[in-house]
Design a protein around this ligand. Structure first.
Ligand SMILES: Cc1cc2nc3c(=O)[nH]c(=O)nc-3n(C[C@H](O)[C@H](O)[C@H](O)COP(=O)(O)OP(=O)(O)OC[C@H]3O[C@@H](n4cnc5c(N)ncnc54)[C@H](O)[C@@H]3O)c2cc1C
Length: 370
């Protein structure tokens, strides 16, 4: 990241260029399929290794870690868990090496947290399904070689009527729609995917009919740890920039790092980062040791995503007016961090999951995304 990506960050951000070349290089190092076993072309590493990788990537360039998070955990993990050998043969190997990127298409304009409320449909027609509807905010959507698309095979069955499909951009009836004009992470494309009688062969259904919600929720459960790791990495990057600036900027004849006000901000930033890192590594360890993940991934995601927003705000404050300039990394970090409390389950949804575990199943929450 230091040698190959940091030197390009300013240019990428100015041109709003998706870092495909950089991701390919990360792919050569195994970063595009960290959790995929060697027999399917990945390095077959554990969740701890995966979160350490995402922390390091996000420390330098958060949008690159977003692309990696989606293709690793939202696409390859469900493919590994629910795909058959033919599907793994066809897609997993190419995803794991970074030859192609994956996308995860659940959200629609009228259904985000309420995942079971999606309206896209998939109607069986002989050897095909015909998919209709449109998906929004699809990360990597304009650069993906395969997309997991969720649609209702039985609209009357609610969440139980949802199924998952492996869709390629070349399939008839598939189209990339509008690109979101975002506050931050502007080099990570978030696009609309339009499905107009999109033809998907039956062999490209992922899992059984009706298993879609289960597949989506299990992907999001693991994905949360990755997003929490991204938050830790981004916050670490902002802290490092702030320490450097506190040592170099002079005011009233001293470096600003000599003022207690600045020292306290730096101390709080580091302490909160380490607390979040502890939660992230604990959740990863639970996953690797085969324990029930429970609310651990939600706690990590909730705390780390709220923490990074506090940290980047302090980083901008420490930089003064320079922190408000597009010339600095902390200005970008401030914008990039904002979405982290929103995607892969909002902070409110994470709190619901945590409370549900405390209070038991008797207290149901309405958000299916959890
Ligand atoms: C940059 C970016 C990238 C994304 N990438 C992807 C992607 O690759 N694939 C994908 O499928 N989606 C993606 N998303 C979508 C994202 O996951 C959703 O935006 C998110 O789940 C929230 O859904 P929503 O935006 O519809 O908000 P809503 O669900 O409409 O929520 C609005 C507000 O209401 C709150 N709320 C909702 N329900 C409840 C409740 N029951 N109780 C209390 N509060 C509630 C929420 O917490 C939030 O504050 C992305 C979004 C962004 C911004």
């Amino acid at each position: 990241m230091e040698a190959e990506v940091r030197p390009n960050v300013k240019e990428m951000e100015r041109a709003e260029r998706f870092p495909l070349a950089e991701i390919k290089k990360l792919g050569e190092m195994g970063c595009c399929g960290m959790l995929t076993p060697e027999e399917w072309g990945g390095p077959g590493l554990d969740t701890i290794s995966y979160v350490l990788m995402l922390e390091e990537v996000a420390r330098v360039h958060c949008p690159t870690s977003t692309a990696l998070g989606v293709t690793n955990s939202a696409v390859q993990v469900p493919l590994l868990q629910f795909g058959n050998d033919a599907q793994k043969q066809k897609y997993l190997r190419r995803l794991a090496t970074g030859e192609i990127l994956g996308s995860f298409c659940l959200t629609e304009a009228q259904a985000g947290s309420d995942a079971a409320g999606i309206q896209a449909t998939a109607k069986r027609d002989g050897n095909l399904y015909r998919l209709n509807g449109s998906k929004t905010w699809v990360t990597n959507g304009s650069a993906a070689g395969v997309l997991i698309v969720f649609a209702k095979t039985d609209a009357a069955a609610g969440g139980k009527g949802m199924s998952a499909f492996l869709v390629e951009p070349s399939f008839k009836g598939f189209r990339v729609g509008r690109h979101e004009d975002k506050m931050g992470q502007r080099t990570s494309p978030s696009v609309e995917i339009v499905l107009n009688d999109c033809e998907v062969r039956v062999e490209n259904r992922l899992g059984a009919e009706g298993e879609g919600l289960k597949i989506a929720l299990s992907a999001l459960d693991g994905g949360r740890i990755g997003i929490a790791a991204q938050a830790v990495g981004l916050a670490q990057g902002a802290l490092e920039e702030s320490v450097k600036y506190a040592k170099s900027r002079k005011a009233f004849g001293k470096s600003i790092g000599e003022f207690q006000a600045i020292q306290w901000m730096l101390a709080d930033m580091q302490t909160e980062i380490e607390a979040a890192r502890g939660l992230v590594h604990y959740a990863a360890w639970r996953k690797d040791s085969g324990q029930r993940l429970g609310a651990a991934s939600s706690q990590a995601k909730l705390y780390a995503s709220e923490m990074v927003n506090r940290v980047v705000a302090k980083a901008v404050q420490i930089h003064g007016s320079v922190g408000y300039s597009r010339e600095t990394d902390v200005e970008r970090m401030y914008r990039d961090a904002r979405v982290i409390t929103i995607y892969e389950g909002t902070s409110e949804v994470q709190r619901m999951i945590i409370a549900r575990e405390l209070l038991g199943e008797g207290v149901k929450s309405s958000a299916a995304r959890g």
